[in-house]
Design a protein around this ligand. Structure first.
Ligand code: DLZ
Ligand code: SF4
Length: 515
């Protein structure tokens, strides 16, 4: 074992911090200091992560450690099956601090409150560096939020556009004269239009070794392992990114919200996991997209729509997370208690939209934002699933899911469990929305044009059931005024029949029956 640098400093690099731009790598010095990376059971098991997520992180960590060594760093890399592995990151820090006699321990802000708290509670001499991979630091977000009554994403986003200079005219106005082209991102997919071929990445020796390890140790976790084809190095992540720029970005603008049978990616970049673990850099991505727009390769709705997701929504939810944790995780504004239906773990349901979204999730660890928000999320909202249960599901099954991004998106945006702090209205929708935005309904055993009867689309009755049972809380919401007027206009027998169908569907869920 290398025990150099006694008395030197020890820097911990986490599995989602695989970036050469980390502050820690600038502050520490390869000659005197040591880096620590550790695969640990506590991180791999705090939810039942999709096996591909564990494979991605471990393989990317091992590749990154190799690159750091090539750059001259001394890296202690603890594998999961190392017999001396203490099983936790605080445990590994303590073990190696003692072994090296390190005087100082350096870490980067964690993505998750849970882990940062555990590291801070461990009584170690920690220096915590700001995570500069984000444009807006936790403190800057706090300053922005201070004194505001409403923390609307739109205002935050404009501020980020101004600060970054992205998509601005020389006089500071937004390109195209408007900040947000969301309304131009919602076209339904023309019949027969398909996404481009997918970029796939093979398994090298490191990935094969990790594949074996994960296959042996995590067979009790849900999700396919063998289908893994995701980038594990910075170079591969760049290839995936270039593939998106070349083949998808132009159509991404129009069809951002569309869904299609057998099309897991459509025109989405699928870069979120690579970005969230540090293999891609948000500033470069935005600069590339802006250049594509300025060189007339893509329309403004594509460029703005993409940049909004990155410097608007993504940074905004991270800001909210750190502003409101830890109490945010406990919120349950609609008082939901229902268990997560078993079919979220198998995809075994006759609801075609759900089986498609869940099926590809288990196969690939991926679904795009509308599948997450308006299919699996919408169903959980309408069915009154306990926020903790559905949040843990999203955290486990998606390769890109870390608490800072998953929790506000699920608990706030999907489940409206934060009382409307993040979204001014719940994103509840009937089957008609799914019919408009996809071709799923054609192949479904349920009838999307019916709300009652055993063949009726479950989303329809559950939608009205949701609105009726939460009328006291939501009835005064101006953004739902039209919806509640429609409910009032419904004649009593129809309303009763829909309520009954909703009751029956919920009872079947409670009995553990598939729908
Ligand atoms: C997600 C994950 C997994 C599965 N395993 C590890 C690990 O063994 N070692 C590690 O350093 N990081 C891992 N991660 C990522 C961490 O969970 C992530 O850094 C925390 O959630 C904080 O953001
Ligand atoms: Fe989904 Fe309903 Fe359409 Fe079936 S009919 S695919 S359940 S929205």
């Amino acid at each position: 074992m290398v025990v150099a640098g006694a008395g030197g400093r020890l820097g911990l690099v986490l599995g989602d911090q695989l970036s050469f731009d980390l502050e820690l790598l600038k502050v520490l010095d390869p000659v005197h200091d040591t880096l620590l990376m550790a695969e640990v059971d506590s991180e791999a098991r705090y939810v039942r992560h999709h096996p591909q997520k564990i494979l991605l992180i471990f393989s990317a960590m091992r590749h990154f450690a190799e690159r750091l060594r090539e750059q001259g760093w001394r890296v202690i890399y603890v594998k999961l099956d190392d017999p001396d592995n203490s099983g936790s990151l605080p445990g590994e820090l303590r073990r190696w601090q003692t072994a090296l006699g390190a005087a100082q321990l350096h870490v980067t802000e964690c993505g998750e409150w849970r882990l940062e708290q555990a590291l801070r509670d461990a009584g170690l001499p920690l220096t915590v560096h700001v995570d500069r991979r984000f444009l807006c630091s936790r403190e800057a977000f706090r300053d922005w939020a201070a004194g505001r009554t409403s923390l609307r994403m739109e205002y935050f986003y404009r501020e980020m556009r101004r600060q970054s200079g992205l998509l601005l005219e020389p006089d500071g106005r937004p390109c195209g004269g408007t900040w947000n082209l969301d309304a131009d991102n919602r076209k339904a997919l023309p019949r027969g239009l398909r996404g481009p071929f997918a970029a796939r990445f093979g398994h090298d020796a490191i990935t094969r070794e990790v594949l074996q390890l994960v296959g042996q140790r995590f067979s009790d976790h849900y999700g396919d392992l063998a289908r893994f084809d995701y980038p594990v190095t910075h170079e591969q992540a760049q290839e995936l990114w270039q593939h998106f720029l070349d083949f998808s970005l132009a159509a991404f603008g129009d069809y951002q919200d569309a869904m299609a049978e057998g099309e897991p990616f459509l025109f989405h970049a699928r870069i979120s996991a690579a970005l969230n673990i540090g293999l891609l850099d948000v500033r470069q991505l935005c600069a590339d997209v802006e250049r594509a727009y300025r060189e007339n390769r893509v329309a403004l709705n594509a460029a703005e729509g993409f940049i909004r997701q990155l410097i608007g929504w993504r940074e905004y939810v991270r800001g909210i997370y750190w502003l409101r944790m830890p109490e945010y995780a406990e919120l349950n504004g609609l008082g939901n208690t229902r268990a997560l239906p078993e079919f979220y773990w198998s995809g075994a349901t006759d609801m075609r939209c759900m089986s498609q979204a869940i099926g590809q999730t288990l196969e690939l660890g991926y679904a795009h934002h509308i599948q997450r928000l308006m299919v699996t999320g919408n169903f959980a909202l309408l069915a009154g699933i306990a926020p903790k249960a559905i949040c843990d599901w999203y955290l486990a099954v998606y390769l890109d899911a870390f608490d800072w991004v998953e929790l506000p998106n699920t608990l706030g945006m999907v489940m409206h469990a934060d009382g409307g702090y993040l979204g001014s209205k719940p994103y509840c929708a009937s089957g008609r929305y799914i019919q408009r935005m996809s071709d799923y309904c054609g192949g479904c055993r349920y009838r999307v044009d019916q709300a009652t009867g055993s063949d009726a689309c479950p989303f329809n009755a559950l939608y009205w059931h949701f609105l009726i049972r939460h009328q006291e809380q939501l009835g005064g919401n101006p953004r739902l005024a039209l919806t509640y007027r429609n409910l009032q206009r419904m004649d009593a027998p129809r309303r009763d029949a829909i309520w009954q169908r909703g009751e029956e569907l919920l009872a079947r869920l409670d009995a553990g029956e598939p729908l």
